[in-house]
Design a protein around this ligand. Structure first.
Ligand code: NDP
Length: 325
């Protein structure tokens, strides 16, 4: 386990993935990851299944320490000429009573991945959160549920105006402001499904139990960047900053792919695509280093220009020292 997630990443925690191309009837998340691993091994990849606890990106080759061998005096377990950080992100949970019992038995952190599952068809569904993800997921779920109720803990949405308008004008959506979930209730174990939700209006104090066959968390994600904090440039929310359209991080030779650098799309296919980009760029980096063209080890600044930030314009990124850029 790394960051609470088993080897293979977030997809191992989901059931059917319905939106990965090439699988018209869906594919199990764990099965998809097993297949990716096997395919990679077939082409000669050596997979070392270890938890990495520490990295040193200050000089090349980069150094990697693993669990149980990471004392300060310990030699690094591995060194690398190029490194791809693909540690992902973890969807935040709420730790509600009943959450553990009904996780993936009605509760999910990804409507786009799980929404099409038959247990949600024409059933009352709930989404928790008031951001763009909550709005997007609720609108997506209207294709499947009989009604979608969004629980927003404050008296306003955090979502962009456009998304908020789309949400509030959807006839199949009800937004309950100032409302939190207290407990998930349902069928007995084993394999029982959630059936009801206890909710509370935090202004009036009124508590009620409502029918709910699905509960989707959209309360944000935490990128798994503890390992590289302070060594790679990260944004306000902790995501690794990459140059748009590439996997370049602020350290030449270190690339980032998947949810660790993507807070917007977060789909298996977009992560796979960015993984491919990172692999091609890492290979090019090594080939150029071996060609005697040693790239300088100088930290670049992937800063959104301050003027653009102030004026709220589309980000312009400044790069200076990476020869590949
Ligand atoms: P956000 O952090 O924007 O929103 C999280 C929401 O969850 C907030 O409304 C927050 O409430 C609520 N929340 C957090 N903790 C709790 C809790 N314990 N109980 C109840 N509610 C809680 O995350 P998103 O995933 O929505 O978005 C992340 C980023 O991705 C944003 O920059 C967003 O704009 C972007 N995005 C863009 C999309 C698009 O443009 N189509 C689609 C999806 C995401 P509160 O407001 O009270 O803090």
């Amino acid at each position: 386990m790394a960051g609470g997630t088993a080897a293979g990443g977030q997809l191992t925690t989901t059931t059917d993935v319905e939106n990965y191309p090439g699988f018209p009837t869906g594919v199990g998340g764990a099965e998809l990851m097993e297949n990716m691993r096997a395919q990679s091994v077939r082409f000669g990849t050596e997979v070392i299944t270890e938890t990495v606890t520490r990295v040193d990106l200050s000089s090349r080759p980069f150094k990697i320490w693993k669990e149980y061998a990471d004392g300060p005096e310990q030699e690094a377990a591995h060194t690398a000429d190029a490194l791809i950080i693909a540690t992902g992100a973890n969807a935040r949970r709420l730790d509600l009573p009943g959450e553990e019992k009904y996780w993936q038995n009605g509760i999910s952190a990804c409507a786009v991945c799980d929404g099409a599952v038959p247990i949600f068809r024409n059933k009352p569904l709930f989404v928790i959160g008031g951001g763009d993800s909550a709005a997007e997921e609720a609108i997506f779920l209207t294709k499947y549920g009989s009604k979608v109720t969004v629980l927003v803990r404050k008296d306003k949405l955090r979502a962009s105006k456009t998304m908020a308008n789309r949400l509030l004008s959807n006839a199949k959506v009800e937004v309950k402001f100032n409302t939190v979930a207290l407990e998930v209730l349902g069928e007995p174990e084993p394999m029982g499904l959630m059936k009801r939700l206890k909710i509370k209006n935090v202004v009036t104090g009124l508590e009620e139990v409502v029918d709910a066959d699905g509960l989707f968390y959209a309360v944000g994600h935490d990128p798994a960047t503890a390992l590289v904090k302070g060594q790679l440039e990260t944004d306000d929310e902790g995501y690794v900053v990459t140059k748009p359209g590439t996997s370049y991080t602020s350290v030449p030779g270190v690339f980032a792919a998947g949810d660790v650098q993507d807070k917007r799309y977060r789909q298996a296919i977009t992560s796979a695509g960015s993984g491919c980009i990172a692999a091609l760029e890492a290979e090019k980096f090594i080939a150029e280093s071996e060609g005697g063209d040693e790239p300088p080890l100088v930290t670049t600044s992937i800063e959104q220009s301050s003027t653009a930030k102030e004026e709220g314009k589309a980000p312009e990124y400044e790069y200076s020292t990476n020869p590949l850029l």
